[in-house]
Design a binder for this molecule. Structure first.
Ligand code: ADP
Ligand code: MG
Length: 672
C-alpha cells in the first residue's frame, strides 16, 4: 500500500475506526506511522517477584497457578483473582470488573505481566496488569495517546499492520547528510520509534526524527532569511526621529530611545531592517513604532501598521493621529468592517501614494491592497500572527523594513529560531512614575466588597474594567455571557453609573463608539470580554476585576492586567476565583514581571501548549520540543546552513524530496 492511501483500507480499520482515527488526526498510512508514542513501557527488563521494586511499573514473568475466580464484593463490583508464580514467590493478580482480561489467562501457561506490585512481608499483589504470553512481544512497548473508541493497544496493532502492508518510506534526508551526522535512515527510525529494539535504538530513532523536523524547519527559515538578506531596501536619507520627540506629550524612556535609534540606524542601510521590539505590557512600544513611522514619512515613504484586533487598530489610529496632529502626515484606517466606499478610497490613496500611513487588521494583507512606495511594515502583538501573515504584509513593498512588536517574552534562542535573523530591541524600562499594580485574589463570597471597591474608584472620577469569564465548552456563547453580566451589573450593583459593554461579536461601529466613549471618560466602567487583552490604552482606568480568573492562562491574565497601571495613579487588579489552585494565580499577585510569569506559565502548562502554533505561527512539531531540544536545534541549524551554502536552491535529484518537504511545511507562505 502507498503511504498516502487512506487509513480505512488498512487491514483492521474500515470506515468506523477510520472515523475514530480521524479524531487523532490520522487519515493516511503515513499519518499513522508518524503518530508517535506518548511514552513507552519497558517490558525488556524482567524482575523476579521477590526483587521487583514496589509501586513502580515493572515487568515480571510468571506461570498462572490456578483458574481465575470471581468474587462479587458488592453490586457493580466484581473481582477476578488468580495467582502467579515465578518459581520463587507467589503474586496475587486482581482484575476489577474485567472478566475479559481475566479469562484470557490460562492455568499452567507462562506470561509477562506489566504493572505495579504492592505488598508487605512475603505477600505480593498486582492489580489490573497488562500481560502477553511469553512467546509474544516483550521488549520496549509503545504507549499512544488514546481517544474514545481506540486504546493504545489497538493503535499498536494498527501500526504493526501499517508496517506490514505499507510501502517503505523514502528518506528525505540524503545519505551523505545522514552519514555525516550519524543518523539512522527514516525507515529504521520509524520502526524503532514505535517498536524499539533497545533503549539505545529508541534514543537514536528519536534523535533522527527530531533532527529531520528541525532540519526542515531551519531550511525553510534560512531560505526566507537569505532571500531577505540578498535583497536591497530603501535607505532613509536622514534620521528624523529626534524631531519626532518634540511631538510627544512625554519624555521617552532610555529604553525607548535606544530601540528607536537602533531601528533608525538599520533604516539608513541598504538592506532591509528586520527587528523585534520586545517589551512588557505598558513599556511603550507604540511610541517606538510611531517614531519610525514618522521617520519614514518625513523621508517620503509609506508605512503600514498591522494589529491583531479591530479594537486595537482603532486605538492605534487614534493615538498616532494625535501624535501626528500638527504634521502633514496622512493616515488611513483599514479593517474588515471599514465601509466599502471608504475602503476603496483608502486603497486608491495608498496606491497613488497620497496616504503616508495605513493602520489596520488582517484586511491590510488582502491582495488588492497596494502601495506606491511602502518602506516600513510594522506588526504589533506579532505573536497573534503567523509567519505567513507577517510575510504577506512584507510582500506589499519592495523589501520594506520590518518591525515586529511583542509583549510575549520568548527566550532568546527560541526567538532566533522563530524569527530567523531578527535583531532584538528590548524595552526593559517602564515609563517614569508608574506604580506597581496591586493584585489580589479573592473568593466569590466577597465579590460585593470587590465591586464596592470599584465603585469607590468610579466615584473618585476613575474608570475600570470588569472582565467576563472565558466561556467554556457547553456553556452559552461569549456574547450571551457578556450581555448577561452587563445587564446584571447595570441594573444591580452599579445602577446609576455609566457602564459600557464590549465584546468581539459587536459590529465594528458599535465597538468604536464604546471605545471612544470609554477613552473620553464618558463610560465609567467597561464590562468586557478578552477583546481588551491586547493593547487597549486608557490611563485613567485604574481598577480591574476579572471574573473566574482560573479559566485564564497566567500570561493572558498578565496581558489583561496590563490594561491598568498605565498612568501615574496606583492601580488595583482583583482576581475572583473559587478554584482551589490558588498557587497558580498567586504568581500574579506576587510579580508584575512578564518574563517570570511566562516562565511559570511554561512550567505549569508545558511548552507544547505555550509554543503551540497559535503562539508563533510556525509549523507544528510532532516530536521536537523547542524548549528542551536546544542541542538538536543548534545541530539542525548548522546542518541547514552548511547545506544551503553548498546548494542554496536544494537542486538535484537527491534533494527533490527534501525540497518538497520544506515547501510543504511552509506552504501558503512566500516560500517557492
Ligand atoms: P505597550 O508597550 O503595552 O504597547 P503602549 O505603547 O500602549 O504600551 O504605552 C502604554 C502607555 O504608556 C500609553 O498610555 C503611552 O502613552 C504611555 N507612554 C509610553 N511611553 C511613555 C513615556 N516614555 N513616558 C510616559 N508615558 C509613556
Ligand atoms: Mg501595545
Amino acid at each position: 500500500m502507498e503511504l498516502r492511501s487512506s487509513i480505512k483500507y488498512l487491514k483492521g480499520v474500515g470506515e468506523k475506526r477510520a472515523a475514530v482515527l480521524a479524531k487523532l488526526g490520522i487519515f493516511t498510512l503515513w499519518d499513522l506511522l508518524t503518530f508517535y508514542p506518548r511514552t513507552y513501557e519497558d517490558w525488556s527488563k524482567i524482575y523476579s517477584i521477590k526483587d521487583a521494586p514496589l509501586n513502580e511499573n515493572i515487568c515480571i514473568r510468571g506461570i498462572v497457578g490456578m483458574p481465575c475466580r470471581e468474587h462479587r464484593i458488592r453490586k457493580g463490583m466484581t473481582l477476578y483473582k488468580t495467582e502467579v508464580t515465578d518459581g520463587e514467590m507467589l503474586l496475587d493478580i486482581t482484575f476489577f470488573n474485567n472478566p475479559y482480561s481475566a479469562k484470557k489467562l490460562e492455568q499452567g501457561k507462562e506470561y509477562l505481566f506489566f504493572g505495579k506490585i504492592t505488598g508487605k512481608g512475603y505477600y505480593r499483589s498486582m492489580n489490573s496488569p497488562d500481560f502477553v504470553e511469553t512467546d509474544g512481544s516483550g521488549g520496549i512497548r509503545p504507549i499512544y495517546p488514546q481517544t474514545a473508541g481506540m486504546n493504545s493497544r489497538a493503535i499498536e496493532k494498527l501500526v504493526k499492520s501499517a508496517f506490514e502492508y505499507g510501502e517503505k518510506p523514502t528518506d528525505p534526508i540524503p545519505e551523505e547528510i545522514r552519514n555525516s551526522y550519524c543518523l539512522m535512515n527514516l525507515s529504521d527510525a520509524l520502526q524503532n520509534i514505535h517498536f524499539p529494539q533497545s533503549a539505545d535504538m529508541l534514543s537514536e530513532a528519536r534523535r533522527r526524527l527530531i533532527f529531520e523536523e528541525l532540519f526542515l524547519l531551519e531550511l525553510g527559515l534560512l531560505r526566507m532569511k537569505t532571500k531577505s538578506r540578498q535583497s536591497t531596501a530603501v535607505s532613509m536619507k536622514k534620521d528624523y526621529t529626534d524631531e519626532f520627540r518634540s511631538l510627544l506629550p512625554f519624555e521617552l524612556t532610555n529604553a525607548q530611545k535606544k530601540a528607536i535609534s537602533q531601528a533608525a540606524e538599520d533604516m539608513l542601510l541598504g538592506t532591509p531592517m528586520n527587528r523585534l521590539v520586545q517589551g512588557d505590557v505598558g513599556s511603550g512600544k507604540t511610541a517606538v513604532c510611531a517614531a519610525l513611522i514618522y521617520n519614514c514619512a518625513r523621508n517620503g515613504y509609506q508605512s503600514a501598521l498591522m494589529a491583531p484586533t479591530e479594537v486595537l487598530a482603532m486605538q492605534h489610529y487614534k493615538t498616532l493621529a494625535k501624535f501626528f496632529e500638527n504634521t502633514d502626515i496622512t493616515i488611513g484606517l483599514l479593517t474588515g468592517s471599514t465601509p466599502a466606499a471608504e475602503k476603496k478610497r483608502i486603497k486608491a490613496s495608498l496606491k497613488s501614494g497620497e496616504t503616508d500611513l495605513v493602520i489596520g487588521t488582517h484586511a491590510l494583507i488582502q491582495k488588492d491592497v497596494e502601495f506606491d512606495r511602502l518602506a516600513l511594515a510594522v506588526t504589533d502583538e506579532q505573536h497573534r500572527f503567523g509567519v505567513n501573515q507577517r510575510n504577506s504584509l512584507h510582500s506589499k513593498g519592495q523589501n520594506p523594513h520590518t518591525l515586529v512588536m511583542s509583549a510575549t517574552p520568548i527566550p532568546r534562542t527560541l526567538a532566533l529560531i522563530i524569527y530567523g535573523d531578527l535583531d532584538l530591541s528590548i524595552l526593559d524600562e517602564m515609563p517614569k512614575g508608574r506604580q506597581k499594580t496591586e493584585t489580589y485574589l479573592v473568593t466569590p463570597e466577597i465579590r460585593e466588597r470587590a465591586y464596592g471597591y470599584v465603585k469607590k474608584h468610579l466615584c473618585e472620577g476613575r474608570q475600570g474594567y470588569i472582565v467576563c469569564p472565558l466561556v467554556e465548552e457547553g456553556e452559552t456563547s461569549e456574547m450571551t455571557a457578556a450581555n448577561a453580566l452587563f445587564k446584571e451589573l447595570s441594573d444591580g450593583f452599579f445602577k446609576g453609573f455609566r457602564l459600557g459593554l464590549l465584546h468581539g461579536k459587536m459590529k465594528s461601529a458599535d465597538k468604536k463608539a464604546v471605545m471612544d466613549s470609554f477613552s473620553s471618560g464618558n463610560i465609567q466602567l467597561l464590562v468586557s470580554t478578552t477583546v481588551i487583552e491586547v493593547g487597549i490604552d486608557v490611563p485613567n482606568a485604574v481598577i480591574m476585576v476579572i471574573e473566574n480568573a482560573e479559566r485564564f492562562g497566567l500570561s493572558q491574565l498578565h496581558q489583561l492586567r496590563g490594561r491598568i497601571g498605565r498612568g501615574t495613579e496606583k492601580s488595583t487588579c482583583i482576581l475572583i476565583s473559587d478554584a482551589d489552585e490558588t498557587e497558580r494565580l498567586n504568581v500574579l499577585a506576587s510579580t508584575n514581571d512578564g518574563f517570570k510569569i511566562a516562565d511559570e506559565d511554561l512550567k505549569l502548562r508545558g511548552p507544547g501548549d505555550f509554543f503551540g502554533s497559535r503562539q508563533h505561527g510556525l509549523p507544528e512539531m510532532k516530536i521536537a520540543n523547542m524548549m528542551t531540544d536546544g542541542e538538536a536545534i543548534r545541530e539542525a541549524h548548522t546542518a541547514a546552513e552548511n547545506l544551503l551554502k553548498k546548494n542554496p536552491a536544494l537542486s538535484g535529484e537527491e534533494f527533490a524530496l527534501l525540497r518538497n518537504e520544506v515547501n510543504r511545511l511552509f506552504s501558503g507562505g512566500s516560500m517557492n
